[in-house]
Design a protein around this ligand. Structure first.
Ligand SMILES: NC(=O)C1=CN([C@@H]2O[C@H](COP(=O)(O)OP(=O)(O)OC[C@H]3O[C@@H](n4cnc5c(N)ncnc54)[C@H](O)[C@@H]3O)[C@@H](O)[C@H]2O)C=CC1
Ligand SMILES: O=C([O-])CC(=O)C(=O)O
Length: 313
């Protein structure tokens, strides 16, 4: 029976567990939080939907009791502070680095064979930190960002097209930041047909810009950052791992020469299966996209440097 732990019973963590419970992604799901009773309460509430939503997933909520997470196949790390309106994701590094480091250390004591999926922001840098702290092979530590950004991109495109979002394909690569993500407009399609055959350049530019600040737009509306799509995106990635689906999700993966970058965690399309981020797919980028990727990589490297400055590494 597969076991998944989600650390952080806040908005994203609880939403992720809820989506996985309803879809029966794993036999057992543990939700852990540092705040007394929070995970227990959320899990009890979710359990009470099982006869309504017709699922049988075993759910357990715990307060900081890592022994209960033992033997997890996948661990999703959502613990940490979300941003408030006006903040960038990078502003969270000081608080979240300590939390992520602590959580990874505790998780490894009980689940040395787990695959770690990092959600906490700034996600590219927190993924880098988690891999370094854990010392796990890079395929077993990766981050969720591109799956969410791509879902938003597809949504914005679908609205402009008047189409079903499920008929629209599109990917966002690069860093998971307001200025670092790269919506691949040139590769986006509607039923396999390039979107440029339906939408003019100006509209496509506006869609790309809206996608990049998708998280900030929601943060302004909600007063804290989003959770439904982030929780669903993490849940869907876990499902691809548990069922060894080999689905491709743009994810924060370790580049070793691909896209002109070496030893860097950043968003790129990857095959997700039982061994985690199993393969990075290198697609041809046009000159503008190549330049944007190099710029994005430089920005992520600069944020990573802060880990040393604050003594997290
Ligand atoms: N990568 C992505 O695409 C996304 C990332 N995020 C990030 O995910 C993180 C969580 O966001 P929300 O769930 O909205 O925040 P939230 O504030 O609702 O939940 C965070 C939870 O973490 C818990 N926590 C803090 N320190 C902990 C520790 N040491 N051990 C265990 N639990 C601990 C808190 O008690 C709280 O319940 C934020 O950093 C946010 O920026 C959010 C959305 C998308
Ligand atoms: O915007 C934020 O801070 C949270 C996040 O990463 C997202 O929703 O994309």
């Amino acid at each position: 029976m597969s076991k998944v732990t989600v650390v952080g019973a806040g908005n994203v963590g609880a939403t992720c567990v809820n989506a996985m419970a309803i879809r029966e992604t794993a036999g057992e799901i543990v939700l852990l939080d540092i705040k007394e009773g929070l995970a227990e309460g959320k899990v009890l509430d979710m359990y009470q939907t099982s006869t309504l939503m017709d699922f049988d997933t075993n759910l357990l909520g715990v307060t900081n009791d890592y022994a209960k997470t033992a033997g997890s196949d996948v661990v999703v790390i959502t613990s940490g502070m979300p941003r408030k309106p006006g903040m960038s994701r990078e502003d969270l590094i000081g608080v979240n680095a300590g939390i992520v480091k602590d959580v990874v250390t505790n998780i490894l004591k009980y689940s040395p064979d787990a695959i770690l999926l990092i959600v906490s922001n700034p996600m590219d840098t927190m993924t880098t930190l988690a891999q370094k702290v854990s010392g796990l092979p890079t395929n077993r530590v990766f981050g969720m960002g591109g799956a969410l950004d791509s879902a938003r991109f597809r949504g914005y495109l679908a609205k402009a097209l008047g189409a079903s979002a499920n008929d629209v394909d599109g990917m966002v690569i690069g860093g998971h930041g307001d200025t670092t993500m790269i919506p691949l407009v040139s590769k986006a399609s509607y039923k396999g047909v390039p979107v440029s055959e339906f939408l003019d350049e100006k509209t496509l530019g506006e869609i790309a810009a809206a996608t990049m600040v998708g998280g900030a737009t929601l943060t302004k509306m909600l007063g804290t950052s989003a959770w439904y799509a982030p929780g669903a995106a993490a849940a869907r990635i876990v499902e691809s791992i548990i069922n060894d689906e080999k689905k491709v999700f743009p994810s924060c993966v370790h580049l070793e020469g691909q896209y002109g970058q070496d030893d860097l965690y950043i968003g790129a399309p990857a095959v997700i299966g039982r061994n985690g981020a199993e393969k990075v797919i290198e697609i041809n980028l046009n000159e503008t996209e190549k330049a944007a990727f190099a710029k994005s990589a430089e920005a992520v490297r600069n944020t990573n440097k802060i880990l040393h400055e604050i003594g997290a590494l």
